[in-house]
Design a protein around this ligand. Structure first.
Ligand code: ZN
Length: 309
């Protein structure tokens, strides 16, 4: 007689999500379709962020989830996160190579070596395409620029059995570009607003200093310095794993994107920037974790805030 290994909390939560039709497996870890109830909750949380942000009258441009490879290079992404990036490859060969490709694919062989890189990559962060777009408009107005980029799909190459670690997910990104004090004050405001938003959703979220998952040994130094300078804060919530999971981040970039993309203020100085990102799938998962798999049975206070009309 054999005894099955005990299921981890992550796989139990994933099974529960699949059982209730919230996650539709694709056969690939970290890649799921989502059912309509899940999507309704995600859209409701997204709308709550929109209501809180409305007073700022942000600009609301939208970008596709693909960006030019050049933008990734300029942003310095490949120095820090080569392990997370995803470039789009396609076929540019002639007929003999095409026949070979089809044959290999049919027999389960490796056909990808016959592809070559295109000029585009999957967007790893929703804010990246906004920097070259703002730079192209010329110097900023004295009050700077505030953007709400909506919930854009982003890609991270980190396949995992944890349902809270998806390869592709919606990042609701807000961006402020301007003077150093404008940008720092805006991030502070959003950390307070996020506390309020999470409380309205009935989620316990702890805000803590954090660092990105920079690659390699130099990455460890970068992560330490990021933490020491307080450049990144995360809102941590309980989802599937024993450890709390980051569901939102609040980032100061100083002059990084301003100088990388040539964004100037009205006085000619290099603009500072900050972005705030809400991980919409993670927040939706945290809601199911905290309040149960059936939103109809969630606490009235939470329902009032997410379904206000
Ligand atoms: Zn960002």
């Amino acid at each position: 007689m054999t005894t099955a290994a005990p299921l981890s909390t992550e796989s139990r939560f994933l099974d529960d999500l699949i059982l209730h039709g919230h996650f539709l497996p694709t056969g690939e870890p970290g890649l799921y379709g989502r059912g309509m109830v899940f999507e309704d909750v995600r859209a409701r949380f997204d709308a709550l962020v929109t209501r809180i942000h409305a007073a700022d009258r942000p600009e609301t441009p939208r970008f596709p989830p693909l960006i030019p490879r050049r933008t990734l290079e300029q942003a310095g992404y490949l120095n820090s996160f080569p392990h997370l990036c995803g470039v789009v490859f396609s076929f540019e060969g002639g007929e003999p190579a095409a026949l070979k490709l089809a044959e290999r694919a049919k027999n389960g062989g490796d056909w990808t070596s016959l592809l070559s890189a295109t000029g585009v990559a999957l967007a790893p962060a929703a804010c990246y395409p906004s920097y070259p777009a703002i730079a192209a408009r010329g110097p900023l107005p004295p009050e700077g620029v505030t953007l709400d980029l909506g919930g854009c799909y982003v890609f991270r190459h980190e396949p995992s059995a944890d349902p809270a670690r998806l390869q592709m997910f919606h990042q609701r990104e807000l961006v402020r570009i301007g003077a150093p004090d404008q940008v720092a004050a805006w991030r502070e405001t959003w950390m307070n607003r996020a506390r309020k938003i999470f409380a309205m959703a009935g989620l316990e979220a702890a805000l803590a200093p954090a660092s990105d998952q920079f690659f390699g040994r130099t990455g460890k130094l970068l992560a330490n310095s990021q933490r020491e300078q307080g450049l990144k804060f995360e809102a941590l919530v309980s989802i599937a794993s024993e450890q709390p999971t980051a569901a939102a981040s609040f980032n100061l970039h100083h002059e990084h994107f301003g100088s990388a993309f040539g964004i100037r203020r009205h006085d000619g100085s290099v603009a500072h920037s900050s972005c705030v990102g809400f991980g919409l799938e993670r927040i939706t998962l945290a809601l199911f974790r905290a309040h149960g798999m059936d939103p109809g049975k969630w606490p009235q206070s939470v329902r009032r805030n997410l379904w206000p009309e």
